[in-house]
Design a protein around this ligand. Structure first.
Ligand code: IMP
Length: 434
């Protein structure tokens, strides 16, 4: 019985939502392990488009349990709104969703702290999603955060909340921030939200480990991407959680020994939202073309995504730090019209080839990408679901990526629909899916 992790192998927005949704019928549980409503998973079922931010996309399969793990940070208002949308669409949220009692809670003043931090002239802006994610994780690591169990604890919440509020008042004074915050109103609102969420809050680590003992299968759904990981990403232009595979264990309470496989998801090219180094970025008309054809605008913030070319050194790095067993390449069809497709095959810094991912901001910014140009196929791959039906140049492109990354490509996505996918028979991915 395989428990697998599906994670983004680039800077997020790789199309994990579709992949998780596609495979979730083979799993009993889909669990999120980090991030919050900064993530945006777009899933199409027939003509209907769903954007899920906090709730794992597995919830769209009747009978699948969706778990929000302890590593996730939860904005209760965003969660309740998402639950209502799904309920209106006929999803049995109350039956299918479990929320960790150890997940930390985002408050409106976390957004205020973030706004102040991002706007300060003495700090470089990260270009965050402005959802209060970072400041909530800061409170978690600072050991003053409030967890879901505290939020729904009528005996303790007021005290915990007042302490945290006092901390923010001190901070506001220190930074000379004069924004008026109605702390009492926020508390009352959160008490109401707590009453709605309480029936779903549970010890999800116990739930997951019990399920594993009973032979159930779990799919762990990563948010963001490996290059946005707080430790392994392009620090400081990262998110505040571990988006890499290790995060699945710390973020759910399931031990590494119970994870059987790791699936990375990459686009056939690459994108990034927000600030930070991006060696294979294309600032020219081709980058713009990819943005338009690939509809590369943030699903949460609507920001245009920066677009560039598949980056082999980056893919090799994320494959290594995550232990990726199989790669799924998405949005192949976006490249259909190009006559030539650049692929970044190496990095140089000051003319010298570097073999390891540069750690510092300055060295990463100095990277000169080395490109090879592969032949485009200039025909439609949209909707193709069998490898052999792909144009020869597209097969060659995928073979090249596979050879250079040294990771198998187990599946290819050729459109947003569930059916627009090639899963390669005999691949490790196929075996892991059982
Ligand atoms: P934060 O997660 O809101 O703190 O933002 C930190 C960085 O991560 C920014 O560059 C964001 O654009 C990026 N980011 C956060 N969530 C996502 C996502 O789901 N997809 C792509 N980028 C993201």
């Amino acid at each position: 019985m395989s428990n697998i992790i599906v994670l983004g192998a680039q800077w997020g927005d790789e199309g994990k939502g579709k992949i998780v949704d596609l495979f979730s019928d083979r799993f009993d549980i889909v669990a999120r392990y980090q991030g919050g409503h900064n993530a945006g998973h777009t899933v199409f079922i027939g003509p209907t488009k769903y954007i899920l931010k906090l709730i794992p996309s597995g919830i769209l399969r009747p009978g699948v349990t969706a778990v929000i793990g302890n590593g996730v940070v939860i904005d209760p208002l965003a969660l309740v709104e998402e639950m209502s949308t799904l309920e209106k669409a006929g999803v049995n949220v109350r039956e299918q969703l479990a929320i960790s009692n150890r997940a930390h809670v985002i408050f409106p003043f976390h957004r205020m702290v973030e706004k102040v931090g991002e706007g300060r002239s003495d700090r470089e802006a990260i270009g965050t999603t402005s959802r209060g994610i970072g400041p909530c994780y800061e409170d978690k690591i600072g050991r003053r955060g409030i967890r879901m169990a505290d939020l729904i604890d009528p005996a303790g919440f007021a005290d915990y909340y007042n302490n945290l509020a006092a901390d923010k008042v001190t901070l506001a004074k220190a930074f000379d921030v004069h924004e008026v915050i109605d702390f009492a109103a926020i508390r009352a609102q959160y008490e109401e939200l707590a009453a709605r969420l309480a029936p779903l809050v549970t010890d999800t680590a116990a739930l997951l480990n019990r399920a594993i003992r009973d032979g159930k299968r779990i799919l762990f759904e990563g948010a963001q991407g490996a290059m946005l990981d707080i430790d392994h990403g392009t620090y400081p232009f990262v998110t505040s959680s571990n988006a890499t595979a290790g995060g699945a264990c710390t973020g759910t309470g399931v031990p590494p020994t119970k994870i059987n496989g790791i699936i990375g998801v990459s686009k056939a090219y690459i994108t990034r939202v927000g600030a930070g180094p991006f060696p294979s970025e294309d600032h020219g008309p081709l980058g713009e073309k990819i943005r338009q054809v690939g509809k590369e605008f943030g699903s949460v913030t609507g920001r245009p995504r920066r677009c560039g070319w598949f980056d082999i050194p980056l893919a090799r790095y994320t494959a290594a730090v995550n232990g990726i067993d199989s790669l799924i390449v998405t949005k192949l069809d976006v490249l259909d019209e190009l006559d030539e497709i650049p692929v970044c095959v190496g990095y140089k810094v000051n003319g010298v080839e570097v073999t390891e991912m540069p750690a510092t901001r300055s060295s990463m910014e100095q990277v000169e990408p080395v490109y090879v140009r592969l032949k485009g196929w200039q025909s439609s791959t949209r909707g193709i679901s069998v490898m052999e039906q792909l144009p020869p140049a597209a097969i060659e492109y995928l073979r090249f990526l596979e050879e250079r990354t040294e990771v198998e490509i187990g599946a290819i996505s050729t459109g947003p629909e569930r059916t627009e996918t090639i899963v390669r028979p005999g691949s490790k991915l196929h075996q892991l899916l059982g």
